[in-house]
Unconditional design. Structure first.
Length: 268
DNA sequence: ATGTCAGTAACGTACTGA
């Protein structure tokens, strides 16, 4: 079972690029982020005409996530638990059953910029950085509950976290950014420390592997990228891993997203 | 040195969020 994540930066603006990638890569399951579309205005035919089932969790103008799958999507839930007042569309879950049942959790983790800290160095309440860190607390709680099921589970998407200096071409540029601040990286480590495996790094160590390049200043041509899209596997999921790759060449296509897909192949 | 893009409100173009 090939399971992919792709921040497409606007599904309606990305019809050609998304269609071409689906045709070329043929994932069994894919999660999308930043669809920037409501459920009603999502271009469903783009997905369904290729034989995929589709579940969306959209929002007008920004954010928005979706899951598509060649097999049926079961037990679909929308929204990250833990804050009923949070209206941002950033989380969707579904179960896909082939030889094994796999729980798929697609996320668009908050960016968190600008970083606003008070005189004591604490994130300012109501600010975007505080929202990011609070969202990661809720993610930790959900991830802990999912681990207790002791089943193959995949948490994937745009984490908006640069885990280590080698995950940025120029880490010094990101030092004070919400994607690389110590609090953000510590929250990501706490997630891993629950017992999840970061799929890409079990197979490909070292610098130079990125999933995002800014549209500005020729970042892709200079390979000034960052690795912020990740796939985390529960222990039962990690047992099944066969491969994990970043489709970096997608960034060189026509009208590309600023992110590229990352995928994992499970023996499931 | 600078450099972009998608979507909104609204039909110009400034604004938001990345």
């Amino acid at each position: 079972m090939k399971i992919a994540s792709f921040n497409i930066n606007g599904v309606k603006a990305r019809a050609d690029a998304l269609g071409a990638w689906l045709d070329a890569t043929q994932p069994d399951v894919a999660v999308l982020q930043e669809i920037k579309s409501t459920d009603e205005t999502f271009p469903r035919a783009l997905i369904e005409d290729r034989g995929y089932n589709l579940e969306t969790h959209g929002q007008k103008g920004f954010n928005g996530v979706a899951i598509l799958s060649k097999l049926p999507l079961e037990d679909v839930t929308r929204g990250l638990p833990g804050d009923d007042d949070d209206i941002q569309a950033r989380w969707i879950e579904a179960t896909v059953v082939d030889r094994r049942a796999v729980r798929i959790c697609g996320m668009y983790l908050p960016n968190g910029n600008p970083v606003e800290l008070d005189a004591g160095g604490q994130p300012v309440t109501g600010g975007k950085y505080a929202y990011k860190l609070a969202w990661m607390e809720r993610l930790h709680a959900r991830a802990r509950d999912l681990l207790m099921l002791e089943e193959p589970c995949v948490l994937l998407g745009d984490y908006n976290i640069i885990p280590q200096p080698e995950d940025a071409a120029r880490p010094e540029v990101w030092r004070e950014d919400a994607l690389f601040r110590p609090e953000s990286r510590a929250a990501f480590r706490r997630l891993l420390n629950l017992g999840f495996t970061e799929a890409f790094r079990t197979r490909t160590p070292g610098p130079g592997h990125y999933t995002f390049w800014d549209y500005q200043a020729g970042a892709y041509q200079k390979n000034h990228g960052i690795r912020i899209d990740h796939i985390l596997l529960s222990p039962q999921g990690a047992d099944l891993m066969r491969d994990c790759q970043i489709d970096a060449d997608v960034r060189a296509g026509d009208k590309p997203s600023d992110h590229v897909p990352i995928w994992v192949e499970l023996d499931a």
